[in-house]
Design a binder for this molecule. Structure first.
Ligand code: ADP
Length: 160
């Protein structure tokens, strides 16, 4: 069985993430979406909320599973026998950092990283931008699924 992981913080999941995960799901038998816990970053959504939002977005994909992971991505891959990491590349600005990470991960464990060029419609899109625009009342309805939009509005109302 060919397996791959799509890692990230997904705070919250956007149409850009979903574009990459669903394209990976067409290439691999099993895709693991790994919600990586970053202790130094205080998120808007809790880890459990992020997982639930991703699961709802991908409920029609039988070969996609969503999981939380604390630790090094290469350890996640080793534990589950996953040989490939799939990442989206938005722009040249992503490339420097992604290249370093891919080389580090390959050096650590031999895991390969494959890049999928983003749909140009989403090349400017990041979770942080979505949070920021939504916090100031901007319209992000074309950038996230409807249930994520509802969760964002509820969360921001509560935090206001
Ligand atoms: P961000 O906060 O920038 O959205 P994440 O850590 O949640 O970052 O993203 C995880 C991965 O998802 C990124 O490394 C990238 O591979 C992919 N990704 C995020 N946004 C997009 C996008 N708009 N288009 C393509 N891939 C994306």
């Amino acid at each position: 069985m060919r397996r791959a992981v799509c890692p990230g913080s997904f705070d919250p999941v956007t149409n850009g993430h979903l574009d990459i995960v669903t394209r990976a799901a067409r290439l691999y038998d099993q895709v693991h979406v790994a919600v990586m816990v970053n202790k130094s970053k205080q998120g808007l959504f809790t880890i459990e909320e992020r997982v639930a939002l991703i699961e709802e977005s991908l409920q029609d994909y039988d070969n996609v599973t969503v999981e939380v992971f604390h630790g090094l991505l290469v350890d996640y891959c080793k534990q589950r026998d996953i040989p490939a990491i799939v990442k989206g590349l938005r722009a040249v600005s992503d490339f420097d950092y992604e290249l370093q990470m891919a080389q580090m991960n390959n050096g650590l464990s031999g895991v390969e990283t494959l890049f999928i060029p983003t749909n140009p419609v989403y090349s400017f899109l990041s979770s942080s931008l979505v949070r920021e625009v939504a916090a100031w009342g901007g319209d992000v309805s074309h950038l996230v699924p409807e249930h994520v939009l509802r969760a964002l509005s509820a969360k921001l109302r509560r935090d206001a």
